[in-house]
Write a protein that binds this ligand. Sequence first.
Ligand code: ADP
Ligand code: ZN
Ligand code: ZN
Length: 745
Amino acid sequence: MSKQYVNVIVDIVHTAVDRVFQYEVPEELFGKLSLGMKVRIPFGRGNTVRDGYIIGFTEKPDYDPEKIKQVQAVEEEAMPIEGQLIQLAAWMKEHYGSTMIQALKTVLPLKKKMKPVQKKYLVRTVSQEACCELLAVYRRKKQKARVRFLEALTEDEVLPYEAVTQRLRVSPASFRLFLEEGICRLDTEERYRNPVRGLLKKEQTFLLNEEQRAAISGMTASWDGKKETCLLHGITGSGKTEVYMELIRHVIKNGRQAIVLIPEIALTYQTVMRFYRQFGERVSIVNSRLSAGEKSDQFERARTGKIDIMIGPRSALFTPFPNLGLIIIDEEHETAYKSETVPKYHAIETAIKRCRMADAMVVLGSATPSASSYYKAQNGEYLLFQMRSRAKEESMLPSVEIVDLREELKAGNRTIFSRRLKELLKETLDRKEQALLFLNRRGYAGFISCRSCGEAVKCPHCDVSLTQHRDGKLKCHYCGYETEIPKSCPSCGSHYIAGFGTGTQKVEAMVRSMLPEARVLRMDADTTKGKGGHDAVLAAFADGKADILVGTQMIVKGHDFPNVTLVGILAADLSLYSEGYEAGERTFQLLTQAAGRAGRDKLPGQVVIQSYAPSHYSVEAAASQDYESFYWHEILYRRLLHYPPVYHMMSLLFTSKEENAAERMAGKVKEMAGEFEGHFKAETEEAEEQRHGAVEIIGPAKAAVSRINDSYRYVLYAKCEEEQSLLALKEKIEQMEWDRNVLYQ
Ligand code: ADP
Ligand code: ZN
Ligand code: ZN
């Protein structure tokens, strides 16, 4: 018999061992290994036994066969995954920068050891006649437990074992006797933990409207044909979920499976329920509340064809369906779709890649698509479908007004509640309706802004707001610029310049003193600690146990409150000046979503947006619920300042224990990249032409978090219109002679 070899990736995160190692397969393991399996292998000089993952097979070794070591053992419980997921991992490694083992661990179905699948024991009758005869005997002898058992058995034919011992109270000894006498037999069936059970299927009672039907037929046609990525832009309440479900039905009918990604925060009971009602037991979910065992059970059910639909957050993307046909990404604009850990993949790009390998299709859906996705739809890279009206006829779009907080200040009102909002709050309470007060606050990083003109203090070199640090200085996270807090506003000279410190707690206290009769609930990270805390607060509010709910962005997602008729957005600008080029986009999305919470049902809704910058396009467009207007402003800004999606951007992070080493290495890379760097300002049209394809380098600068675990962190950004140039640069960087003490991502 010829020898067999496997290609293995060793479970050690280090660039030095980030390559394939070959091992010989011992004869006793022939036919027992498959792609993705975890094996034990001797590694390194001391032959320490390590874990590794199989990513390929070969009969011809690339090295001297004499020197190749043998695989020692297989981890029995490891779940083999398809070659496609391994290919996907390889792509993620290339595209996002990571070691192969990090990428593999991201796509592998298991991270922890899987608990064995629970066994279910079933008791069946062997012969109904024998049963009936015995029943008569025991009735005469008045042996109650045995009578109960035999009655149940003649009636149902199949009983779960627990029912026999618990409900029917038959002792194990008597049960064994029945087995020996051949009255019944015991079968086993594999049972997977199912996170949601006991729901009945229910057919929907309404007809799809014209916009929904148009979207469905367009997407179905794409699925039957070239499977182009589709973007479904539908306002809140336009009935996107129904469209997804109809498309999924088509996919399942063709023998394929579907993954539905929903941001964890919006993965509520309500949403999941809608899928269960349509598809029953063929649906499963994964979320962070499931244990590792439960999660792996769900993936196993997917792999073995027990379910057709998997719903979950980002990581559900790697559900090992054997015949994947569709990936839906709902709320596609959410930042949660970008991984925070290496490889820092984006779910959209990765889903598109996976679908290309599997001949499947991606559907993105949102009421406020990311500028990047909308740009691609405009350029014909995605198919665009629009739904502009609410699906329920009786529900209307809310009316929105903007209150200029600068005017409030002039009128002597220094509180965070405008006179108009106070008035409307009182009216709402008088009508016994509910209100949401939304504090648009992301993170706690403070920025400084002027209360007279609304301008935030910005970096002179970058178009981002400076962030106040603990040492009191203002810093730019993009270029490293720092400065003292100015005494007056750089734009208008006003002295009313201050950081925003208002938290939800303070807002709650103010509401209580302003409206003592109102019942107030607060929802933020503090009040929702622990399992189900989040759902508990929302449920209490939905039940009418409070009049006013105060909270951060947690309150604007996923939930329908039919009795909410007033939404107050306390300071629309808070996210506008947060750092990063996406601040305008985030603000627009949050405001639009918050506004969409008012008047979801029959009662008309009213929204008040309070702002120091009421004429900012993000605020204005959100107030008029005008996505297009927002988009065209936003894309102009991105084009002017060379930001994605018009430009591609690559960020490099250098880390080292020794401060200078990381900075020095980043500097070296910058120097090397010099040949890629073009002229920033093109004076003539000709130069403009040449600039296309040239790479701009920004940095090096200290990373936003400049030290973690005693490692210093430096960043370098490269921007270019052509993605190819950046990939070429990345390759060059990988070939550079590297300082061993510096790691980079
Ligand atoms: P979206 O996901 O776009 O915000 P949903 O799918 O949640 O919208 O739909 C909003 C509400 O409208 C849901 O209660 C849904 O059951 C209902 N709905 C959807 N389509 C229709 C329709 N064609 N007719 C009546 N009601 C509908
Ligand atoms: Zn000012
Ligand atoms: Zn800067």
